[in-house]
Design a protein around this ligand. Structure first.
Ligand SMILES: Cc1ncc(COP(=O)(O)O)c(C=O)c1O
Length: 304
């Protein structure tokens, strides 16, 4: 069932897409690896190669108790033979506080819990931990969310894969730290438009973040890009009955595709809403990226 890149493109079926004469596809990066799935695979690939080439045997990163990135880094450490340290937001937490953290610990990730205040100053937290544990001074650092220039290089391969199969009018992704969006934007060519559906509030900050990430690569995007802050609901990780009902409906219409409530569910809900508002011209071809994250899927009432 799981596949190495190129990941498949699956047709997405919803009545609104038929009504509005839209061709919608899902780029199934969720099928890339059971644990290092979706955008995590793309973002990690060149970072792991770089870490290995520089002779590192340890990886350090940051994340919250439900972080898909922490989860994937722990799995990558286990699969590719790196020791991993996860610096976790919240000193009230422990390794059993969430399924994500329990998985990370089971993969062998060393978890270091820091207060939410201290977490804001990551360089300082990192230095303090490295001074206390000198073994971690020789480690490859992956930023929170895994978004850096090498991550963008990996995500650009995803865009290239899409273009070998079709020329979409729109490429859509969920947005957290902005790395996936930056990579898709860097890899897209006009007339494709790239749409980023925010999973958290704060579009202005993200615009800057994406620009900064791209600056580090020296790439000037050729396509147009827009952030959609209007489908994040009440904010990061928060979901309501309408979203649950939408995911339920989506999965009934697309039994081979699972969504989750933090990223891909909100993105697909956003695409369906925009379709209903006639945002997409008739006959548009839209590719939505399945960025994975299914480990964080909650048991959705009425949805299983
Ligand atoms: C499943 C999933 N989709 C989308 C995103 C957003 O990716 P990015 O942080 O590159 O914006 C993330 C992580 O942040 C994620 O875990």
């Amino acid at each position: 069932m799981f596949a190495l890149p190129p990941s498949p493109l699956s047709a997405v079926h919803l009545p609104i897409f038929v009504e509005k004469r839209l061709q919608v596809w899902m780029k199934r990066d969720d099928l890339l690896h059971p644990e290092i799935s979706g955008n995590k695979w793309r973002k990690m690939k060149y970072n792991l190669i770089e870490a290995r080439q520089q002779g590192f045997t340890r990886l350090i990163t940051f994340g919250g108790a439900y972080s898909n990135h922490l989860y994937a880094t722990a799995a990558a450490g286990k699969v590719f033979g790196f020791q991993t340290l996860g610096i976790v937001r919240g000193d009230e937490l422990h390794s059993e506080s969430s399924k994500t953290l329990a998985f990370c610990a089971a993969c062998g990730m060393e978890l270091h819990f820091v207060s939410r205040t201290a977490y804001r100053d990551k360089p300082q937290v990192l230095t303090a931990i490295q001074q206390e544990n000198p073994v971690w001074q020789e480690a490859y650092f992956v930023p929170e969310g895994g978004s850096n220039a090498l991550a963008i290089k990996g995500v650009m391969e995803l865009t290239a894969e899409i273009y070998t199969e079709l020329q979409p009018d729109f490429i859509c992704t969920a947005v957290g730290t902005g790395g996936t969006l930056a990579g898709l934007w860097a890899g897209a060519a006009a007339p494709t438009q790239v749409l980023g559906f925010l999973a958290l509030k704060g579009a202005l900050g993200l615009q800057d973040e994406v620009a900064k990430l791209l600056q580090n690569t020296g790439i000037q995007p050729q396509a147009s890009m827009a952030l959609r802050p209007d489908f994040c609901g009440k904010g990061y990780g928060k979901y309501d009955q309408e979203l649950i009902d939408f995911i339920h409906f989506f999965e009934q219409n697309n039994p081979a595709i699972r969504l989750e409530q933090v990223y891909t569910g909100k993105m697909m809900q956003g695409i369906a809403s925009l379709a209903a508002q006639d945002f997409f011209p008739e006959q548009s071809t839209i590719v939505a990226i399945h960025t994975g994250g299914l480990q964080g899927r909650v048991h959705l009432v009425n949805c299983e």
